[in-house]
Design a protein around this ligand. Structure first.
Ligand code: KIV
Length: 281
Protein backbone atom coordinates (compact mmCIF):
# COMPACT_ATOMS: atom_id res chain seq x y z
CA UNK A 1 0.00 0.00 0.00
CA UNK A 2 1.66 3.31 -1.06
CA UNK A 3 2.08 5.80 1.79
CA UNK A 4 0.87 9.22 0.55
CA UNK A 5 3.34 11.03 2.82
CA UNK A 6 6.21 9.35 0.92
CA UNK A 7 4.94 10.19 -2.56
CA UNK A 8 6.15 13.04 -4.74
CA UNK A 9 3.67 15.92 -4.57
CA UNK A 10 2.50 17.48 -7.82
CA UNK A 11 0.10 20.22 -8.82
CA UNK A 12 -2.61 17.54 -8.83
CA UNK A 13 -1.92 16.57 -5.22
CA UNK A 14 -2.95 20.00 -4.00
CA UNK A 15 -6.31 19.90 -5.78
CA UNK A 16 -6.91 16.37 -4.48
CA UNK A 17 -6.19 17.54 -0.94
CA UNK A 18 -8.75 20.31 -1.24
CA UNK A 19 -11.32 17.85 -2.63
CA UNK A 20 -10.73 15.59 0.39
CA UNK A 21 -11.00 18.52 2.78
CA UNK A 22 -7.33 18.23 3.79
CA UNK A 23 -5.31 21.38 4.45
CA UNK A 24 -2.15 22.23 2.51
CA UNK A 25 1.03 23.19 4.37
CA UNK A 26 3.48 25.32 2.40
CA UNK A 27 6.70 27.11 3.31
CA UNK A 28 9.43 29.09 1.60
CA UNK A 29 12.93 27.67 1.10
CA UNK A 30 15.89 29.21 -0.66
CA UNK A 31 18.53 26.48 -0.32
CA UNK A 32 19.35 22.75 -0.23
CA UNK A 33 19.24 22.04 3.54
CA UNK A 34 15.97 23.90 4.08
CA UNK A 35 14.44 22.07 1.13
CA UNK A 36 15.48 18.70 2.64
CA UNK A 37 14.05 19.71 6.00
CA UNK A 38 10.75 20.90 4.52
CA UNK A 39 10.34 17.67 2.58
CA UNK A 40 11.12 15.56 5.64
CA UNK A 41 8.55 17.53 7.67
CA UNK A 42 5.80 16.67 5.15
CA UNK A 43 5.47 20.11 3.56
CA UNK A 44 3.24 19.97 0.45
CA UNK A 45 4.63 22.95 -1.43
CA UNK A 46 7.99 24.70 -1.24
CA UNK A 47 8.02 28.22 -2.61
CA UNK A 48 11.37 29.66 -3.65
CA UNK A 49 9.98 33.10 -2.92
CA UNK A 50 11.42 36.41 -4.02
CA UNK A 51 11.06 37.24 -0.32
CA UNK A 52 14.69 36.08 -0.34
CA UNK A 53 15.47 39.67 -1.37
CA UNK A 54 14.42 40.78 2.12
CA UNK A 55 15.15 37.68 4.19
CA UNK A 56 18.56 36.73 2.75
CA UNK A 57 19.75 39.87 1.00
CA UNK A 58 18.57 42.34 3.66
CA UNK A 59 16.76 44.62 1.22
CA UNK A 60 13.73 46.75 2.16
CA UNK A 61 11.56 45.07 -0.49
CA UNK A 62 11.70 42.35 -3.16
CA UNK A 63 12.03 44.58 -6.23
CA UNK A 64 15.74 44.12 -6.95
CA UNK A 65 15.71 40.33 -7.03
CA UNK A 66 16.90 39.11 -10.44
CA UNK A 67 16.03 36.16 -12.66
CA UNK A 68 19.55 34.78 -12.24
CA UNK A 69 19.15 34.84 -8.45
CA UNK A 70 15.80 33.06 -8.64
CA UNK A 71 17.23 30.37 -10.92
CA UNK A 72 20.25 29.95 -8.64
CA UNK A 73 18.17 29.53 -5.46
CA UNK A 74 15.61 27.33 -7.21
CA UNK A 75 18.37 25.00 -8.39
CA UNK A 76 19.62 24.54 -4.80
CA UNK A 77 16.11 23.74 -3.59
CA UNK A 78 15.39 21.33 -6.46
CA UNK A 79 18.77 19.56 -6.03
CA UNK A 80 17.51 18.30 -2.65
CA UNK A 81 14.83 16.36 -4.58
CA UNK A 82 12.10 17.19 -2.06
CA UNK A 83 8.84 15.28 -2.11
CA UNK A 84 7.19 18.70 -1.85
CA UNK A 85 6.12 20.49 -5.03
CA UNK A 86 8.79 23.09 -5.93
CA UNK A 87 7.46 26.47 -7.10
CA UNK A 88 9.70 29.32 -8.20
CA UNK A 89 8.65 32.97 -7.90
CA UNK A 90 8.93 35.15 -10.98
CA UNK A 91 10.69 38.30 -9.79
CA UNK A 92 9.63 41.87 -10.46
CA UNK A 93 10.23 42.92 -14.08
CA UNK A 94 10.55 39.36 -15.38
CA UNK A 95 6.92 39.11 -16.57
CA UNK A 96 5.93 42.76 -17.06
CA UNK A 97 7.37 43.22 -20.58
CA UNK A 98 6.60 41.11 -23.63
CA UNK A 99 4.71 37.86 -23.28
CA UNK A 100 7.54 36.06 -25.15
CA UNK A 101 10.16 37.29 -22.68
CA UNK A 102 7.92 36.33 -19.73
CA UNK A 103 7.53 32.78 -21.06
CA UNK A 104 11.30 32.59 -21.65
CA UNK A 105 11.93 33.67 -18.04
CA UNK A 106 9.44 31.18 -16.61
CA UNK A 107 10.97 28.40 -18.68
CA UNK A 108 14.38 29.24 -17.15
CA UNK A 109 12.94 28.45 -13.71
CA UNK A 110 11.87 25.05 -15.00
CA UNK A 111 14.79 24.14 -17.30
CA UNK A 112 17.71 25.67 -15.38
CA UNK A 113 16.26 25.83 -11.87
CA UNK A 114 14.34 22.56 -11.79
CA UNK A 115 11.08 24.14 -10.57
CA UNK A 116 7.82 22.31 -11.22
CA UNK A 117 5.69 25.46 -11.40
CA UNK A 118 6.04 29.24 -11.16
CA UNK A 119 4.25 31.83 -9.07
CA UNK A 120 3.49 35.30 -10.25
CA UNK A 121 1.81 38.23 -8.57
CA UNK A 122 -1.24 40.05 -9.85
CA UNK A 123 -4.75 39.73 -11.22
CA UNK A 124 -6.41 40.94 -14.43
CA UNK A 125 -3.37 42.77 -15.81
CA UNK A 126 -1.42 39.50 -15.85
CA UNK A 127 -4.00 37.24 -17.50
CA UNK A 128 -2.36 37.43 -20.95
CA UNK A 129 0.98 36.27 -19.55
CA UNK A 130 -0.65 33.56 -17.45
CA UNK A 131 -2.45 32.21 -20.51
CA UNK A 132 0.81 32.10 -22.45
CA UNK A 133 2.58 30.29 -19.59
CA UNK A 134 -0.17 27.69 -19.35
CA UNK A 135 0.05 27.31 -23.11
CA UNK A 136 3.76 26.58 -22.70
CA UNK A 137 2.94 23.83 -20.15
CA UNK A 138 4.15 25.89 -17.20
CA UNK A 139 1.84 25.37 -14.20
CA UNK A 140 1.00 28.69 -12.54
CA UNK A 141 0.39 29.56 -8.90
CA UNK A 142 -1.34 32.97 -8.81
CA UNK A 143 -0.96 35.56 -6.03
CA UNK A 144 -3.65 38.10 -5.06
CA UNK A 145 -4.27 40.55 -2.22
CA UNK A 146 -1.10 42.18 -0.95
CA UNK A 147 1.30 41.65 -3.83
CA UNK A 148 4.66 42.83 -2.46
CA UNK A 149 6.05 43.64 -5.92
CA UNK A 150 3.39 46.41 -6.07
CA UNK A 151 4.68 47.97 -2.84
CA UNK A 152 5.15 51.43 -4.39
CA UNK A 153 1.83 51.35 -6.26
CA UNK A 154 0.02 50.26 -3.08
CA UNK A 155 1.77 52.87 -0.93
CA UNK A 156 3.37 50.28 1.36
CA UNK A 157 2.84 46.73 2.64
CA UNK A 158 -0.82 47.22 3.51
CA UNK A 159 -3.73 44.84 4.10
CA UNK A 160 -5.83 44.67 0.89
CA UNK A 161 -9.57 44.14 0.36
CA UNK A 162 -10.85 46.05 3.37
CA UNK A 163 -12.86 48.29 1.05
CA UNK A 164 -15.78 46.74 -0.85
CA UNK A 165 -14.52 47.61 -4.33
CA UNK A 166 -11.08 46.10 -3.79
CA UNK A 167 -12.55 43.02 -2.08
CA UNK A 168 -14.83 42.46 -5.08
CA UNK A 169 -11.86 42.85 -7.45
CA UNK A 170 -9.82 40.24 -5.55
CA UNK A 171 -12.78 37.84 -5.46
CA UNK A 172 -13.52 38.25 -9.18
CA UNK A 173 -9.81 37.89 -10.08
CA UNK A 174 -9.74 34.63 -8.12
CA UNK A 175 -12.73 33.27 -10.05
CA UNK A 176 -11.24 34.36 -13.38
CA UNK A 177 -7.84 32.86 -12.52
CA UNK A 178 -9.48 29.52 -11.84
CA UNK A 179 -11.15 29.72 -15.26
CA UNK A 180 -7.80 30.52 -16.87
CA UNK A 181 -6.37 27.33 -15.39
CA UNK A 182 -3.98 28.23 -12.55
CA UNK A 183 -3.58 25.32 -10.13
CA UNK A 184 -3.82 27.37 -6.91
CA UNK A 185 -3.89 30.95 -5.64
CA UNK A 186 -1.88 32.57 -2.84
CA UNK A 187 -4.03 35.06 -0.92
CA UNK A 188 -1.90 37.49 1.07
CA UNK A 189 -2.95 39.95 3.79
CA UNK A 190 -6.69 40.18 3.23
CA UNK A 191 -9.58 40.00 5.73
CA UNK A 192 -10.27 36.42 6.75
CA UNK A 193 -13.90 36.73 5.62
CA UNK A 194 -12.72 37.39 2.07
CA UNK A 195 -10.24 34.52 2.29
CA UNK A 196 -13.02 32.15 3.36
CA UNK A 197 -15.56 33.34 0.74
CA UNK A 198 -13.01 33.11 -2.10
CA UNK A 199 -11.86 29.65 -1.00
CA UNK A 200 -15.43 28.37 -0.79
CA UNK A 201 -16.21 29.65 -4.30
CA UNK A 202 -13.21 27.93 -5.93
CA UNK A 203 -12.45 24.32 -6.79
CA UNK A 204 -8.73 25.03 -6.90
CA UNK A 205 -7.02 25.52 -3.53
CA UNK A 206 -6.15 28.85 -1.96
CA UNK A 207 -3.00 29.17 0.11
CA UNK A 208 -3.24 31.93 2.65
CA UNK A 209 -0.65 34.13 4.29
CA UNK A 210 -2.45 36.57 6.54
CA UNK A 211 -5.77 35.54 4.96
CA UNK A 212 -7.29 33.54 7.83
CA UNK A 213 -8.03 29.89 8.47
CA UNK A 214 -10.77 29.64 5.83
CA UNK A 215 -8.12 29.19 3.14
CA UNK A 216 -7.34 25.68 1.91
CA UNK A 217 -3.73 25.93 3.01
CA UNK A 218 -1.21 28.20 4.67
CA UNK A 219 2.25 29.43 3.77
CA UNK A 220 4.87 31.11 5.95
CA UNK A 221 8.41 32.27 5.33
CA UNK A 222 10.69 29.61 6.81
CA UNK A 223 12.91 32.07 8.70
CA UNK A 224 9.84 33.71 10.30
CA UNK A 225 8.38 30.34 11.30
CA UNK A 226 11.57 29.11 13.00
CA UNK A 227 12.41 32.48 14.54
CA UNK A 228 15.61 33.14 12.61
CA UNK A 229 15.12 36.71 11.60
CA UNK A 230 15.61 40.11 13.08
CA UNK A 231 13.14 41.68 10.64
CA UNK A 232 9.74 43.13 11.60
CA UNK A 233 7.16 40.32 11.79
CA UNK A 234 3.58 40.87 10.60
CA UNK A 235 0.80 39.77 12.99
CA UNK A 236 -0.05 36.69 10.91
CA UNK A 237 3.32 35.04 11.63
CA UNK A 238 3.32 32.29 14.24
CA UNK A 239 6.86 31.57 15.45
CA UNK A 240 7.26 27.87 16.21
CA UNK A 241 10.78 28.23 17.61
CA UNK A 242 13.36 30.79 18.59
CA UNK A 243 16.32 29.42 16.66
CA UNK A 244 18.00 32.84 16.47
CA UNK A 245 18.81 32.54 20.19
CA UNK A 246 20.20 29.03 19.59
CA UNK A 247 22.48 30.20 16.76
CA UNK A 248 23.55 33.25 18.74
CA UNK A 249 24.30 31.20 21.87
CA UNK A 250 26.35 28.70 19.84
CA UNK A 251 28.35 31.47 18.16
CA UNK A 252 29.00 33.23 21.46
CA UNK A 253 30.26 30.01 23.05
CA UNK A 254 32.48 29.40 20.01
CA UNK A 255 33.96 32.90 20.26
CA UNK A 256 34.60 32.28 23.98
CA UNK A 257 36.25 28.89 23.35
CA UNK A 258 38.51 30.26 20.58
CA UNK A 259 39.48 33.27 22.69
CA UNK A 260 40.04 31.09 25.78
CA UNK A 261 42.10 28.52 23.82
CA UNK A 262 39.84 25.55 24.59
CA UNK A 263 38.92 25.04 20.93
CA UNK A 264 40.12 22.95 19.20
CA UNK A 265 40.87 20.23 21.73
CA UNK A 266 43.33 17.37 21.23
CA UNK A 267 40.55 15.07 20.03
CA UNK A 268 39.46 17.67 17.50
CA UNK A 269 42.96 17.79 15.94
CA UNK A 270 44.94 15.54 13.57
CA UNK A 271 48.07 13.76 14.84
CA UNK A 272 51.41 12.72 13.42
CA UNK A 273 52.05 10.25 16.25
CA UNK A 274 55.69 11.32 15.99
CA UNK A 275 57.63 14.12 17.55
CA UNK A 276 57.62 16.94 14.98
CA UNK A 277 61.36 17.60 15.43
CA UNK A 278 62.11 13.92 14.83
CA UNK A 279 59.73 14.02 11.86
CA UNK A 280 61.55 16.97 10.26
CA UNK A 281 65.03 15.44 10.60
O1 KIV B 1 8.01 35.67 -1.85
C1 KIV B 1 7.40 34.97 -1.03
O2 KIV B 1 8.00 34.31 -0.17
C2 KIV B 1 5.95 34.93 -1.11
C3 KIV B 1 5.19 34.22 -0.03
C4 KIV B 1 5.37 34.85 1.27
C5 KIV B 1 3.79 33.99 -0.40
O3 KIV B 1 5.39 35.47 -2.03
Amino acid sequence: MPRPELEKKTVLTLGQKKARGEKIAAVTAYDFPTSRLASEAGIDLILVGDSLGMVLQGRANTLKVTMDEMVYHTSMVARAEPLSLVVSDLPYGSFHGSVEKSVENACRCIKEGGAEAVKLEGGGKRFRVIEALLDAEVPVLAHLGLTPQSVHALGGFKVQGKLREKAREIYQDALDLEKLGVFAIVLESIPQELGRKSSAALRIPTIGIGAGCGCDGQILVFQDLVGFTSLYLPKFVRQYADTRSLWLGALQRYVGDVQGGSFPSDSESYHLNLDIEEFFK
